[in-house]
Design a protein around this ligand. Structure first.
Ligand code: PGA
Length: 249
């Protein structure tokens, strides 16, 4: 059985005070412990999560990392620094980084391998653009992103993959649950070919893109969808808790 993972990606939102208040508020809300909850705040808020760690049930991680442990890389963050802050997860290859910052599959693969080597769980983000979907290339694009992202990676059940169609991110237009299931099943099949079914059966594959309390239940009822990567709807702890409690909403 794969434990559901609901992860909130704050992107470039919230300051330290807001992060501390959020941690307190979310921890005060009831949630089902069978669900794993993680928040992915900006780097500047990570220390607030570390400080609260002993009294918090929220796991956390970073939105990006560099592909080297240390060195002359001005402005970059090492995975070792993230571990020092108590991070467990790191997003790798979010579509905003691929599109706005020009991250390539090669960079993403380098980051993913180093994340695992140092002991972080990578959340590899993949997804097609609207144009690619309309041209009928969605599976080809996503398949290539998964294969290249995992290239040379020793099979590891702790890798998380997030399928996030670019056209669904921040738009309010989510993929249908059955389309998401179809793509996520396809992604699991690729992992199976690369890594064998023993590992691919354990991999958690999330859906992301305009997830909200009203649609999470439908996504979670699909066989291959193991959780969600939530952007906008994770910013308010009450709304995020409604997503976490998908079994009762
Ligand atoms: P959204 O973002 O939930 O605001 O669509 C998802 C993401 O980018 O991870």
């Amino acid at each position: 059985m794969r434990r559901p993972l609901i992860a909130g990606n704050w992107k470039m939102h919230k300051n330290i005070r807001e992060a501390s208040e959020y941690i307190r508020e979310l921890n005060e809300l009831p949630w089902d412990d069978s669900v794993e909850v993680a928040v992915i705040p900006p780097f500047t808020c990570l220390f607030a999560f570390r400080e609260a760690r002993s009294r918090s049930r929220i796991r956390y991680g970073a939105q990006n990392m560099f592909w080297a442990r240390e060195g002359a890389f001005t402005g970059e963050i090492s995975p070792l620094m993230l571990l020092d802050l108590g991070c467990e997860y790191v997003l790798i290859g979010h579509s905003e980084r691929r599109q706005i910052m020009g991250e390539s599959d090669r960079m993403i693969n380098d980051k993913l391998r180093l994340a695992l080597e140092t002991g972080l769980f990578p959340i590899l983000c993949v997804g097609e653009t609207l144009e690619e979907r309309e041209n009928g290339n969605a599976k080809e694009v996503v398949g290539e992103q998964v294969r290249q992202g995992l290239q040379g990676v020793i099979p590891h059940p702790g890798v998380v993959i997030a399928y996030e169609p670019v056209w669904a991110i921040g738009t309010g237009v989510n993929a249908t649950a059955s389309d998401a299931q179809e793509m996520i099943h396809f992604v699991r099949d690729i992992a199976k070919k690369e890594w064998g079914s023993q590992v691919s059966d354990q991999l958690r594959i999330l859906y992301g893109g305009s997830v909200k309390p009203a649609n999470i239940g439908e996504f979670m009822s699909q066989d291959d969808i193991d959780g969600a990567l939530v952007g906008g709807a994770s910013l308010d702890p009450k709304v995020f808790a409604d997503i976490i409690n998908f079994r009762s909403t």
